[in-house]
Design a binder for this molecule. Sequence first.
Ligand SMILES: Cc1cc2nc3c(=O)[nH]c(=O)nc-3n(C[C@H](O)[C@H](O)[C@H](O)COP(=O)(O)OP(=O)(O)OC[C@H]3O[C@@H](n4cnc5c(N)ncnc54)[C@H](O)[C@@H]3O)c2cc1C
Length: 379
Amino acid sequence: MVVVGSGLAGWSAVREFRKLDSITPVLMITADAGDFYAKPTLSNALVQGKAAAQLVTTHAEKMVATLGVTLLQHTHVTGIDVQTQEVHTQSKGSFGYRQLVLATGAKAIRLSFTGNAATEVLSVNSLDDYATFRAKLKPQARVLIIGAGLIGCEFANDLAASGYVVEVVDPGASPLASLLPLKASTQLRESLEALGVRWHFGTSASSIDRVNDDYVVAFASGQTAVVDVVLSAVGLRADMTLAQAAGLATERGIVVNAQLQTSTPYVYALGDNTQYASASAGVSRTMPYVMPIMAAARALAQTLTGTPTDVQFALMPVAIKTPALPLLVAPALPGIQGAWVNVQDGIWQYIDVHGQVRGFILSGAQTSRRAEQAKLVTA
Ligand SMILES: Cc1cc2nc3c(=O)[nH]c(=O)nc-3n(C[C@H](O)[C@H](O)[C@H](O)COP(=O)(O)OP(=O)(O)OC[C@H]3O[C@@H](n4cnc5c(N)ncnc54)[C@H](O)[C@@H]3O)c2cc1C
């Protein structure tokens, strides 16, 4: 078996596979160092004073020894030949596979800006990115975050709580506007404001120029921000480069069936690069979060070891790491018609057209009521 990628998806797939099969040789090929870490910690590590190396929970050598795999670190897979069942690498030759697992994750979306420093915008989607970002943060640095979505808000909280001067620009009207009902979004806005975060809503960054030691960022509204670091947090896009070049079906991610098989035999995918089939008819979606990866890895291991198994996704609430206002969001499946109803202070339920609860949001102290609210949700 060959696994491409050593993020949570790659390592989880191998770990689950090894629980069922300790014999089949496994080759993992990864562009990075292969160390195991929890990527969600990237957006709440500053306040804990943690450097990139301290976020590694298990080093690659230990993973290799524990799981009995061969690891090719710092090795870029450049192509897949699905006819001959081989993967090609940039520097270490080609390798045959009987089963191939693509766990190549997602890439940060890069917006284009004008200005002489347009390419100096940072994004944080790996340990190396985090190390670069942290190195640029001198004490009391001024940081502009582009994007007030989930990751933008988490970084805003982490930076502001760590003593940095934070501004956020977003074309929407409030933070996490596409995910939260207005009242919850307003509460988050106010909670982060109380930490010192300054918002620029209803506009977007257009140009970024280096002027002496500063970045001068011009907004479409005509305002400017003068900062030391510009961090882009406008979202991630599934990395489908290899899959597309090999002719696999792709849409918003690599398309897989319920058993995580791609459109080509013996090739499977899971993680942020994947568009999962869903039990709900007609709904197929990317799910770039930790819990879907764990469920997918368990099912995939069964399938790869000879027991074809459909992945089952339970309700998977996402905790938003904004300690200024903790939030737990369990959105309804895409396509379900309904509306958010504020049933109690700090509790919203997504009620469908038949009056059934299909999702929920908890804020502040109410986040402890997760189990109780989850029971009310109709799958
Ligand atoms: C800042 C941040 C905070 C987050 N917080 C949360 C949270 O609170 N809760 C939550 O549920 N989720 C959170 N997420 C999402 C979660 O971390 C991801 O869903 C998960 O880590 C994705 O794992 P992955 O293995 O699919 O991808 P990745 O971790 O991106 O791994 C991809 C791997 O593929 C390798 N690779 C790619 N292309 C090639 C190639 N051609 N050749 C060789 N190797 C290749 C890469 O080197 C890497 O090892 C967060 C994400 C970010 C960025």
